[in-house]
Ligand binder design. Structure first.
Ligand SMILES: C[S@@+](CC[C@H](N)C(=O)[O-])C[C@H]1O[C@@H](n2cnc3c(N)ncnc32)[C@H](O)[C@@H]1O
Length: 385
């Protein structure tokens, strides 16, 4: 969006160093942000602390324990391979489970069925998509799993959970996992364990910290929804073909951006909606014609598409280098939010463990918050945000 992001003016030397990286340097640094942080700490000294700040304990006890908690492929009907392994690793990290278990936003119940194999009592799943509930209950019956999925909007104001239950959520998005955290404290759940994702999927424009500690801190970050998105912008699990197609379309978008700025005589970014998949198989000119149509711009007959395509490629090289710096802040940003959740739960009488339940290659959303209630009765009711 910005050819010269604000930080390049505030840290011109840092911007100069990144601009001097070769494509080969970029390849290496993209795969190893720790090394990049060390390399750039001469220009931004706090980066030297990054590694220590983002290092977390692993919460599973090795591959054998994970394998013992993963459903065999023969029982994993409709379950994508990654999901099967994620659910297994997540389950292994929570053993022994506290009962009864509630799977929050359970989808088709893949996690619920995985948990049920390690849990003597019934697992209940809550999901608002009726078709997933029906499919999930059918699978549970077929495999005789002790699982019941219930049709439920988890955001419903009148939803209450049994106080002694163990609320569990694997990859429930923004407001959904935040609602689980609030429900846990308001209903006095004995335990709540979740792996958050999609922090930016929230009804509010700015991140609303949960904990008193962050709310009372004058230096707390004030994060817009678009900034929250940074925490989940990662393609580590995308195959090489998808990555290279994404790079090509990014070049085209940046080329079109240069062209539209000149045509409109306005030096501002113009958001272009997501493109239909078939365009990626076409060429730059086709992309520009589609984008211009979407934005109500007419392209002059003499448009020099080759020139704007080169412009896009140059900008892409620059954006790639800027993103190296930007992406160093993804994990710290994610952790900042998750630590706010952990602090809130501590304030509500829980003892909280924070760590990872699997390698980043299996899912970059690999954080796990596991909170066990240690203090007395459920606290007084709070109002929902
Ligand atoms: C990212 S999926 C996670 C599914 C499951 N936990 C898993 O890992 O396979 C999020 C699920 O939340 C469900 N969902 C979204 N909003 C909901 C709501 N308000 N109440 C209940 N379920 C909801 C979606 O239908 C979807 O199945």
């Amino acid at each position: 969006m910005e050819p010269r992001p604000g930080w390049t003016e505030r840290y011109p030397e840092l911007a100069g160093v990144v601009a001097s990286f070769s494509d080969h340097d970029c390849d290496g640094f993209e795969d190893n942000p720790g090394r990049l942080a060390q390399c750039l700490s001469g220009w931004l000294p706090s980066l030297a602390e990054r590694h220590a700040l983002v290092s977390l304990p692993t919460m599973t006890e090795g591959a054998t324990a994970v394998a013992a908690s993963t459903l065999p492929e023969t029982r994993a009907t409709d379950m994508p391979g990654r999901k099967r392994l994620q659910a297994g690793a997540f389950t292994a990290a929570l053993l022994p489970l506290s009962e009864p278990v509630i799977d929050w936003c359970c989808g088709k119940g893949h996690l619920a069925r995985t948990l049920a194999a390690r849990c003597p009592s019934q697992v209940t799943g809550l999901e608002w998509d009726e078709s997933l509930v029906v499919d999930g209950n059918r699978l549970a019956r077929q495999y005789q799993d002790r699982v019941t999925l219930r049709s439920q909007d988890v955001m419903a104001a009148d939803l209450r959970l049994a106080p002694d239950s163990h609320g569990v959520a694997l990859h429930a998005c923004g407001d959904l996992h935040r609602r689980l955290i609030r429900r846990a404290s308001e209903d006095g759940l004995s335990r709540v364990s979740f792996s958050p994702c999609c922090y930016h999927l929230t009804a509010t424009e700015f991140y609303q910290p949960l904990s008193d500690r962050v709310n009372g801190c004058e230096e707390a970050l004030n994060l817009q929804r678009a900034e929250l998105r940074l925490a989940v912008q990662e393609t580590v699990t995308a195959p090489a073909r998808v990555r290279s197609q994404t790079a090509q379309v990014s070049c085209w978008r940046l080329g079109f951006d240069g062209l539209q700025r000149e045509l409109r005589e306005v030096d501002d970014y113009l958001p272009v909606p997501s493109h239909p998949a078939h365009l990626a198989g076409g060429d730059f000119e086709g992309f520009c014609r589609w984008a211009a149509g979407k934005k109500g711009l007419s392209l002059p007959a003499e448009t020099d598409f080759a020139r704007w395509q080169r412009h896009g490629e140059r900008r892409f090289a620059q954006v790639r280098r800027h993103e190296l710096v930007r992406h160093l802040f993804r994990r710290p940003l994610e952790l900042w939010m998750v630590l706010d959740y952990a602090l809130f739960l501590e304030e509500q009488g829980y003892e909280v463990k924070l760590g990872t339940f699997c390698e980043r290659a299996l899912t970059p959303r690999n954080l796990l918050v596991d909170a066990i209630r240690v203090c007395g009765n459920p606290p007084a009711q709070h109002s929902h945000p």
